[in-house]
Design a protein around this ligand. Structure first.
Ligand code: ADP
Length: 312
């Protein structure tokens, strides 16, 4: 009931434009019973890693084992052990919800009364009772995601791999889908990708962060916070864009300044200087109107930004 990724590399060759190393010597493990968040900015290599782990894409180098089975040589055992929700959740829009789940179950060898019972269990588990008589094409994005989750769970696999299961959902749908993942995680090993830090805080035991194809962090959330101890970010908001934002960079201890637009700037420091007072004085000296000042210490958002900052 685990996922073991060892030294995984994927090079995409693109006709006419050379090749791209999308995943570069990546190793990590999801231990039995863990819910692990797989984080990284767009293009970091999350989907590629997950597609290889589910047997949908061959690796260039390295191995992935799911539940002890090698994805290259034991792909049938891997598929039996694994539920997968792909990024764009390809569904048959013309099928009715029940019909689709019956089809998905039949692909895993379920038949007759056993199949019908399992479909009903899944409909109840993901909260699709009211919508079960509809065609998938008539469902909202949130309900389609539930159908995708039901499909990934139908054969009761011990391991779940979910690629951005909550992207594009509204806040209510988001919390409902998170609840389904949390429930599933009580008895299954789960790896899911996201770029939302709060989601990780809400659901995960551990996080693996990938940036430009390489792992930049792997650990539990407290460990990650401790490792970047002292990281402080301050967001300062001025009435207008600064004509000379460099003046913020000159404040004591400031390592980095990012312009966020509309007069907002994010400053990063790891010194225990009182940056807010310095910003305030600077604004007063230059006759600038400061309309907001907010400090965050060791926030996971801040840590994520630091670890993935040279993504541009
Ligand atoms: P993520 O899921 O973290 O957004 P992906 O794994 O989708 O990242 O992509 C990693 C990199 O590989 C990106 O630069 C992307 O453009 C590239 N890539 C993904 N799929 C392909 C493909 N089929 N052919 C060529 N390049 C690809």
């Amino acid at each position: 009931m685990s996922i073991r990724v060892q030294n995984l590399t994927k090079v995409y060759s693109r006709p006419g434009s050379g090749s791209q190393r999308a995943v570069d010597a990546v190793s990590f493990e999801v231990r039995p019973g863990e819910i692990v968040g797989f984080l990284g900015p767009n293009g970091a290599g999350k989907s590629t890693t997950m597609k290889i782990a589910t047997g949908y894409l061959p690796p260039t180098e390295g191995t992935v084992e799911v539940n002890g089975f090698d994805v290259r040589t034991q792909s049938l055992d891997v598929r039996r052990s694994l539920g997968y929700l792909p990024e764009h959740n390809p569904l048959y829009l013309d099928l009715y919800v029940k019909e689709f789940l019956q089809f998905a179950g039949s692909l895993h060898g379920l038949r007759g009364a056993g199949l019908n019972r399992r479909v009903q269990e899944m409909i109840a588990l993901v909260g699709l009772e009211v919508e079960q008589g509809k065609k998938i094409g008539q469902l909202s994005k949130g309900y389609r995601q539930r159908v995708g989750l039901a499909q990934s769970l139908i054969h009761n696999p011990p391991v779940l791999i979910l690629d951005e299961p909550t992207t594009g959902l509204d806040p209510n749908q988001l919390s409902e889908i998170r609840e389904v993942i949390r429930q599933a995680g009580r008895e299954k090993t789960v790896l899911f990708s996201t770029h939302i830090m709060q989601e990780v805080e809400a659901l995960c035991d551990r996080v693996v962060i990938i940036n430009r194809g390489r792992i930049v962090a792997d650990g539990d959330l407290n460990h990650l916070r401790a490792g970047t101890d002292g990281l402080i970010t301050v967001v300062a908001e001025f009435e207008q864009e600064l004509t000379d934002p460099l003046l913020l960079g000159g404040l004591p201890g400031v390592q980095r300044v990012e312009a966020l637009g509309q007069g907002r700037y994010r400053l990063t420091t790891n010194r225990q200087t009182e940056l807010r007072a310095a910003i305030f004085r600077q604004a007063a000296d230059r006759n600038l109107t400061l309309v907001g000042l907010k400090q965050e210490e060791n926030s996971l958002e801040g840590i994520f930004r630091e670890l993935t900052k040279n993504n541009e």
